[in-house]
Design a protein around this ligand. Structure first.
Ligand code: SF4
Length: 205
């Protein structure tokens, strides 16, 4: 990703009211993320391969933080209960499916927990994303999600969707469709300040 595109994206995100912290690599980002979260906070998670691969959940648990992630449910734990607790957590963690150069955050969900978590109900929302999520326009963001993120997620989840086998969107109408709701955050919404930890690496999908 070209430096000028990253710089323009950061400037536009900041103008749109988001806080942006930029890091050369995930290791340095993780260090700051862990410093930024007080041990007495509860932290909820939306599904994210970026966050998973960085080991943020495990590092927070080690620090003594009450971390709540339905992906990490132990045997006997109810995922729906964890989703509800995450929705009420002090801090909410997620990545984003795309960031437009003009400074909008674009996400598509099947369940919707991540979309609502990004929008409302937390003292702070933390988005961790690699520069591979930056797109030139909203159209490109939607194309990216439907042809990179959603097919990869559908495959990972074993969904019976055309994209899971073809690797591209066929705008399906099957019960397993994972693209059910789209959220575009153009400006910082009123009550849950969003900080984007943008990392100069390709992370997640
Ligand atoms: S609409 Fe269907 S085919 Fe297209 S990306 Fe979503 S789940 Fe896959």
């Amino acid at each position: 990703m070209k430096k000028e595109i990253i710089a323009r994206t950061i400037e536009n995100l900041s103008q749109n009211g988001f806080t942006v912290k930029f890091f050369p690599d995930s290791e340095s980002a993780k260090k700051v993320i862990l410093e930024d979260i007080a041990p007495d906070k509860t932290v909820g998670f939306g599904g994210s391969m970026t966050v998973e691969n960085m080991g943020i959940y495990e590092a927070l648990k080690e620090k003594g933080v009450r971390a709540l992630w339905h992906w990490k449910a132990d045997e006997g734990e109810n995922k729906r209960d964890i989703l509800k607790l995450s929705a009420a957590a002090d801090i909410y963690f997620s990545s984003t499916n795309a960031i437009t150069e003009s400074g909008s955050l674009v996400n598509i969900d099947g369940t919707g927990n991540r979309l609502s978590g990004l929008l409302f109900g937390h003292e702070k929302v933390i988005i961790v994303a690699g520069v591979n999520k930056i797109t030139r326009s909203l159209d490109e963001a939607l194309i990216r999600i439907k042809n990179i993120a959603s097919p990869s997620n559908a495959k990972r989840l074993g969904r019976k969707t055309p994209c899971a086998s073809l690797g591209r969107c066929m705008n399906c109408d099957v019960p397993d469709r994972i693209c059910k709701a789209t959220l575009i955050i153009d400006r910082q919404p009123g009550d849950s300040p969003i900080t984007i930890y943008l990392i100069n690496e390709d992370l997640g999908y």
